[in-house]
Design a protein around this ligand. Sequence first.
Ligand SMILES: [Zn+2]
Length: 261
Amino acid sequence: MEIILIFIAAVIGLMIGSFLNVCIYRIPKRLSVIKPRSLCPKCSNSLKFYDNIPVLSFIILKGKCRNCKDPISFVYPVTELITAFITALMFFKWSSNPFWLVAVLISSYIFIVIAIIDFETMMIADMFSYAIGFVGLSFSFFNPYFSGAPLQKLAQSAIGAFAGAALIWLLAFIGKKIYKKEAVGDGDIFLMAAIGAMLGVEGILSSLIIASLFGSVYGITLMILKKAKRFDHIPFGPFLSLAAIINMYSFIGINTFFFYI
Ligand SMILES: [Zn+2]
């Protein structure tokens, strides 16, 4: 594939990432994502277009507001870079299946928003999961991971959604019995249903294993750095989102995990 097309996809991804930042910052506060234009949260100075260029403006301004010099969170450029990277990867992988490309891009963007909001607030808004579930069901006919006639593909998506919710609900129930406290948030139940709608039953098992591996590495790292104690709550949404994006790019079957052990 032409490298220039992948580069264009990355640049479009940067701009979309810039919009995702607006969603990440405003939706939890129930603010409009359209008006007003971007402004500094400290001094409310409205950003000029040249201070609102993805990543570049952050570097030029050295991470500070031009007006009040208040630090700008590094999460903004990181979100833009992640979005650009994922857009380019998905375009590279799925441009031959345009409908599925649209589905994985829309859901990847929503997964990014979910992941960063969950990291920052420990909350997952169910409407994001519903949106991914809707994309999964309505694009199931183009899903390369499902097989058979269109209605069979739709059924695999629906069964995946149901199985995802049921599995995490069961884990939450068992966790509550063992640890005597909430081990899984309600938001994770709808998030798993959304992943099931995109990736089917095997996809939820695979995503759960991948998310647990990443989550454990993150938790152990925090403990080593003495930033967290055992049983401190660690958001699971970001790791589930990451696992789902990996599986949407290239499916990791569950026998893979058992084959290497
Ligand atoms: Zn400012």
